[in-house]
Design a protein around this ligand. Sequence first.
Ligand SMILES: Cc1ncc(COP(=O)(O)O)c(C=O)c1O
Length: 502
Amino acid sequence: MPPIPVDLPLAVDRAAPVSLTVQLGDRLRAAIRGGTLTSGERLPSTRALARALAVSRTVVTEAYQQLYAEGWIEGRHGSGTYVADLDLSAHGPGSAHGPGSAHGPGSTRGQGSTGGRGSTGGPDPAHGSGSGTARGAVPASAAGPGGPLIDLRPGRPWVRDYDEAAWRRAWRRAADLPPGDASDPYGLPRLREALAAHLRRTRGVPAGPENVMVTRGTGNGLDLLAATVLRPGGRAGVEDPGWRRARTILGARGAEIVPCPVDADGVLVDGLPEDLGLLYTTPAHQYPLGGRLPIARRERLLAWARRSGALLVEDDYDAEFRYDVAPLPALYGLDPERVVLLGTLSKSLSPDIGVGWLVASPDLLDAVARTREDLTDRTGGPAQQAVAVLLERGDLDRHLRRMRLEYARRRAALVAALGSRVTGDTAGLHVMVPLPEHRVGPLVEAARGRGVLLDTTDRHHHGRPGRHGLVIGYGSASLAQVRAGAAILARLLGPGLADEAE
Ligand SMILES: Cc1ncc(COP(=O)(O)O)c(C=O)c1O
């Protein structure tokens, strides 16, 4: 006899700006974390819970599917849905966040692991080892035979589709205000408020304005944080392969850079040193391999950070763009004391605006603000006013919805042309195609000869490249260009086998 389902004291709020599915998912997660629901307990059927909450069955089904994908719950054939077998010890005693799933069965279920594809090799023939080609500096030889260039390198968003009227209105409003006589190191209160609401709505991040500092972008936020928390010569972990600029910024602040290996799901927790001052990580969409850190690994990462005392720096750079998968909770939401979240408009709107955010506990935010004042570092007032208008009027949300569709089409075109070769495609503005080392250089050259510019994983490694393949961006090329570039690439790659890179 299956156990009787628990009678869940849950409620959802129809007036809330968050969807019923997200609300229900949040309530269930909180109930599991808080111990109201424990491992092995049976959840009500979707029909029963839908009836109890007076919501449609789809709402409950989707919430359950999301929790299932994250590893919180599991289905037992023919006998219902149960809270997964979660390891309660991962959080340590006294944790405000309750039990977590460090090793629970199904903890990586639904995350699409592609397994290790590592091999060793030399420098990147396309960009040279280490330095990399500046995006603007396209070599003359890159022009296709008579055709225009198709730039499929990652890093840039599409900035041509924007609502001109909304853009002008935002800047007119900003220009209506007189110049300020001093800048607030935390940023404009109005924008902090709007950003906190935006993050709650779009990322489920439990932040108020007291948690938000307006920065000039992710790089600026990371720099301010490093200047605040790193001791001279302190050790800073950075994903390897990972965002080169993070290494540069942390190194420039005197940190000893510690490369931390990643696999297809994201940063590897086992083996992380216990003496890091901070760890820079990209859990929503690992840069550049594209993994989404599974919930169980997020919990273990937090457990490591609590144990070792390291600060986790979560770069949420392109988390707004997600395809065919439900969102995973930001690390910050799982432990706001241990995590600093960095966000930016560089991907969602334009890198030219120079506005981003740093989300942290109020105490840490105060310390960063003091550093900022000492460094006379600031975000320009008019840009903050304009972004506040875009947020308050819902223009940014509308822009994001439009761009999500547009990027989804481009990503679909790439996947259609390249098939199962593509990995890391569930989020962001780039995908990866793993390849054996010897194929990468000739392929990049051949593509360049046909007018298609590509990036490679090797360029993003700290030392000796361990993973090889192409990093294909679809942010700055049009849908037609992505289709054309993907067709050229598919021909160059040949039929191949899905597991060619093994
Ligand atoms: C991994 C990663 N994080 C963040 C950013 C954005 O940085 P910023 O906000 O400083 O422009 C980028 C841009 O290319 C990136 O690749």
